[in-house]
Design a protein. Structure first.
Ligand SMILES: Nc1nc2c(ncn2[C@@H]2O[C@H](COP(=O)(O)OP(=O)(O)OP(=O)(O)O)[C@@H](O)[C@H]2O)c(=O)[nH]1
Lengths: 619, 89
């Protein structure tokens, strides 16, 4: 291996949802997110692979597009990379146009357009397995002649056809290509190219012998405005029920594990600072967050299944009108959906929206959708305060409250978007134009990999961000030590105690105790940390004793305060990394400041109202 | 006839694009080119599969061998030809 030879750079370009990222992952061994809806990839990603000829190849995965004429920021990335307009980056040496073999019409036109760029090019007929199953007959040689580029077939998810693809890279590499003649096509040029693509299609591709009838049949029900919406709601409802009922045994197990660990520490580590650090800081703190791993995995299991199956674009269709009423762009559905995992990819996914104002509106409300970092907070409080009972004969009350919190997040996002549009700008609505992909049986490997990746991300966070914050929280709640002869618990005299008490007057009107205030501060860095911080604060105070954190909270907090805390977490901008990403995506501090301000105000008002209503109601 | 006037079940062929009424959003030429890139070219066959609940908007259509969802606003720019059967229900 010599490092002096620069790798050959190839770029994967194609329509959205043609399997570019799956192909990228298959080639480079990367684990980028793959899902059955257009607009999953919004950034360029780079990975390395070696060809059979021993050549090192750098593969670029680009956002999907229907044309090189870019309008939205994600399409701009594709255009600039392909044309070599990016500062300090030459255009790729080889363009690999990735096509969904079952849906060639639009990509053939794109291929004709890409040829004008003048780089050596090949066409990869991906999803060839599906084409074969449907009996679509493609005359590969003829197609290759008609287009004037080599054509290979691939099955990205089974890693088939990769060798042939790389062999073609070997053959094409070193080929200088021609001078680019690409320019923005006019409407008549697009029509012209379409006609040519149509002719090629007619000559070399025979329609399926066994067409996919499932997509049509399923769409008959799932796209039905009433039936589809009911099914969508039922699936989401089931999802939250599952999150509670399936996760409990696993969570108990993990909880038990940490309790055992704590007992072990108490047994072997002499009482004192070190013991307190390990059991109060690490085990009580980090442990109380890690317990929520099963819930996160179950939630993502459902989400990934839905994504792979092809439900997302359908949900976007069903929800479009609602989003339109709120003044959100039709494509805003996808960023908002991504925000269920975390607002950061959500904010980035807003790049699929072409209009700047629409994009900013979406970014502003994205953090209101319930991200997975809120799950530990919600679950802790719900499990401690909401009775585990059946209601209406079939629903679990805890799951119902969780569903309600998610609903509160989504509806507030819609309402805020509506107000933003009314207050700040009234631009004409952007077109909503989205391809509905064919349904696909979710690939078990992809589902497992996705769930695994989410679990990894969660544990990594627990091991880094959360761990280091917990050390800080432990430190602040342990030092300085209580003065000799002090009567109250030591934590009252610590920095954390002082800080909590200092800020307490600000939060007293919404019913927060000073311990809750202490939890909020490190919770700014990551929401889950609030749970860990409560764990540590109560552990250091020696108030957890035998029971769990939940039991301690149930004994210590009035119900009204607990509900107020939940309300706070629906709205509060408790996440510095989100604000940082918003700054990056909007190019300044203006929008992050607006976001922080409005979310803080909403959180305070919501908590205030919740606390006072709940107090009055509880008597 | 425009695609936006059709109801569920209607079928037909795309005859052309006339986006002149949509000047206020992204511009006539731009909308035309986008619709073309999505496959709304002269001669493309379509069938309206479904319509949304509120105001029967947006619509999902089968366009040649793919499926597309769009709002009636944009569908207004798409000129179509029979064989169509008008919104009956
Ligand atoms: N059966 C089969 N499915 C595939 C193949 N390649 C990709 N898929 C599936 O197709 C869907 C789309 O794949 P992605 O890799 O996300 O597509 P993409 O082109 O990167 O999409 P964007 O990022 O939206 O542009 C996923 O559900 C994949 O699992 C293939 O060769 N065969």
């Amino acid at each position: 291996m010599s490092d002096t030879i620069l790798p050959t750079r190839i770029a994967l370009v194609g329509n959205p949802n043609s399997g570019k990222t799956a192909l990228f992952n298959a080639l480079t061994g990367a684990r980028q997110k793959v899902a059955n809806y257009p607009g999953v990839t919004v950034e360029r990603k780079e990975g390395m692979v070696s060809t059979p000829g021993g050549r090192r190849v750098s593969v670029l995965d680009l956002p999907g597009t229907y044309s090189l004429r870019a309008r939205s920021p994600d399409e701009v990335v594709t255009r600039d990379v392909v044309l070599g307009h990016l500062a300090g980056e030459a255009s790729p040496e080889i363009i690999v146009c990735v096509a969904d073999s079952t849906n060639l019409r639009l990509v053939l036109r794109l291929a004709l357009e890409l040829k004008k760029v003048g780089r050596p090019m090949m066409l990869a007929l991906n999803m060839y397995d599906i084409a074969e199953r449907q009996g679509i007959r493609i005359d590969i040689e003829g197609l290759s002649k008609a287009l004037g580029v080599p054509v290979v077939t691939t099955v990205a998810v089974r890693k088939r056809g990769l060798d042939l693809l790389l062999q073609q890279v070997d053959l094409l590499a070193g080929n200088a290509g021609q001078a680019g003649t690409w320019h923005e096509p006019s409407a008549s040029e697009i029509r012209e190219a379409h006609r040519e693509a149509e002719r090629i299609l007619r000559d070399y591709v025979k329609p399926p012998l066994r067409p996919d009838t499932w997509t049509g049949r399923l769409d008959g029900v799932l796209l039905h405005p009433v039936a589809g919406t009911i099914i969508l709601m039922a699936i989401l409802f089931l999802m939250f029920q599952a999150v509670f009922t399936w996760a409990t045994p696993l969570m108990d197990l993990i909880d038990e594990g940490f309790t055992q660990l704590g007992a072990l520490v108490a047994q072997y580590v002499p009482e004192g600072l070190l013991q307190s650090f390990i059991s109060d800081g690490l085990i009580a703190g980090v442990g109380s967050v890690v317990v929520f791993l099963p819930q996160i995995l179950i939630l993502f299991f459902f989400i990934i299944l839905l994504e792979d199956f092809g439900c997302v674009a359908r949900a976007a269709f069903l929800m479009d009108r609602l989003m339109g009423v709120a003044g959100l762009h039709g494509r805003a559905f996808i960023p908002l959906l991504s925000s269920f995992a975390c607002a950061i990819p959500g904010v980035m996914a807003a790049r699929v929206i072409d209009n700047k104002r629409d994009r900013i509106t979406t970014i502003l409300v994205a953090p209101l959708t319930t991200c997975s970092a809120r799950i530990p907070v919600y679950t802790l409080i719900i499990a401690a305060f909401i009775p585990d009972r059946q209601v209406w004969g079939f629903a679990n009350l805890q799951g119902l409250v969780m569903f309600g919190l998610y609903a509160a997040g989504i509806s507030s996002a819609l309402i805020v978007a509506f107000i933003v549009r009314k207050l700040l700008w009234r631009s004409a609505s952007e077109p909503f134009l989205i391809e509905l992909p064919a349904y696909k049986m979710p690939d078990p490997k992809n589902v497992l990999r996705g769930v695994y990746t989410r679990g990894q991300v969660f544990l990594r966070r627990a091991g880094t961000t959360i761990l280091s914050l917990m050390v800080l929280v432990w430190f602040l709640s342990t030092f300085p030590n209580a003065p000799a002869g002090a009567t109250g618990p030591a934590i009252d005299y610590s920095f954390a105690g002082m800080l909590g008490r200092f800020l307490h007057p600000l939060f007293a009107p919404i019913g927060f105790s000073w311990q809750m205030v202490v939890a909020l501060i490190p919770g700014m860095a990551a929401r889950e940390v609030a749970v860990g911080a409560l764990g540590t604060v109560y552990a250091v105070s020696g108030e957890i004793g035998e029971g769990t954190l939940g039991a301690t909270l149930a004994a210590q907090w009035p119900l009204a305060a607990a509900l107020s805390f939940l309300a706070w977490y629906v709205f509060a901008p408790q996440c510095l990394s989100t604000l940082a990403v918003v700054r990056r995506e909007t190019g300044g501090w203006l929008w992050p400041s607006v976001m922080f301000g409005y979310m803080m105000a909403l959180a305070y008002i919501a908590s205030y109202i919740t606390f006072h209503i709940a107090s009055a109601w509880a008597g | 006839m425009r695609l936006s006037n059709l109801g569920k079940g209607a079928t037909g062929v795309v005859k052309g694009i006339d986006a002149s009424a949509q000047d206020d959003s992204i511009g006539v030429g731009e909308l035309e080119r986008r619709l073309l890139e999505m496959g709304f070219v002269e001669g493309a066959r379509f069938q309206v599969l479904h319509e949304g609940l509120i105001g029967r908007d947006p619509i999902a259509i089968k366009l040649d061998d793919m499926r597309v969802a769009l709002r009636r606003r944009e569908a207004q720019a798409i000129l179509v030809e029979p064989p169509v059967k008008l919104a009956a229900e």
